[in-house]
Ligand binder design. Structure first.
Ligand SMILES: Nc1ncnc2c1ncn2[C@@H]1O[C@H](COP(=O)(O)OP(=O)(O)OP(=O)(O)O)[C@@H](O)[C@H]1O
Ligand SMILES: [Mg+2]
Length: 177
């Protein structure tokens, strides 16, 4: 086998930077159905080890998104309460366990380990509300979904930030980006 080192040196560093940069896609969710469609498509393309960080103000729709996502991988009637007080709820999904975290009440980032985050990251699919409360422990290769209440009661804007090219590809598969 031969290695063509000179070729490697021709790599354009601007391209490399671009490939490594986080890709952001902004979409309008013009009602609950649009949020459900996005959550269902992301559930279909999610794999064990994935992390989706859900941020946005109180009432922005983080739990609503997580509920639709979990129901797509369990049962359409699955009871999905907000983990406001339990901090985490787990579900047996089609492709493994789904961990739904709500870190709003976490006082110190370290407390996330007591919730089983390490097991979740190994082979679960993690949905994390208030991910900023885990500080620097936030997983690197995540997809961030940032929800904002914009025009009216049922309208949300979603900023989708892929911290890994595989998320960009999967968002494109869902028709975004
Ligand atoms: N397009 C939409 N997408 C998501 N939620 C919507 C939309 N339109 C209206 N809603 C409503 O907004 C509310 C969102 O509440 P939800 O509990 O999901 O927010 P949250 O971000 O989890 O808040 P918290 O920070 O308190 O956990 C629900 O009542 C939901 O029905
Ligand atoms: Mg919530």
């Amino acid at each position: 086998m031969t290695y063509d080192i000179p070729l490697l040196q021709k790599v354009d560093m601007n391209t490399v930077t671009e490939l490594n940069a986080n890709e952001t896609v902004t979409i309008e969710l013009a009602g609950l159905k649009a949020t459900r469609d996005l959550a269902q498509c992301l559930a279909r393309v999610a794999k064990p080890g994935d992390v989706i960080a859900l941020s946005g103000d109180l009432g922005a729709g983080k739990t609503t998104f997580a509920r639709d996502f979990i129901r797509a991988l369990t049962d359409p009637d699955e009871d999905v309460p907000s983990p406001t007080f339990t901090l985490v709820q787990t579900y047996e999904g089609d492709s493994g366990e789904i961990w739904h975290f709500d870190l709003y009440r976490l006082e110190h980032p370290e407390e996330v380990f007591e919730l089983g985050i390490e097991d979740a990251l190994v082979d679960g699919i993690s949905l994390i509300e208030w991910p900023d409360h885990m500080g620097a422990y936030i997983p690197r290769d995540r997809l961030e979904v940032r929800l904002t209440i914009t025009k009216g009661k049922n309208h949300r804007q979603a900023e989708l930030i892929s911290h890994n090219p595989s998320w960009s590809e999967r968002l494109r598969a869902c028709g975004h980006g």
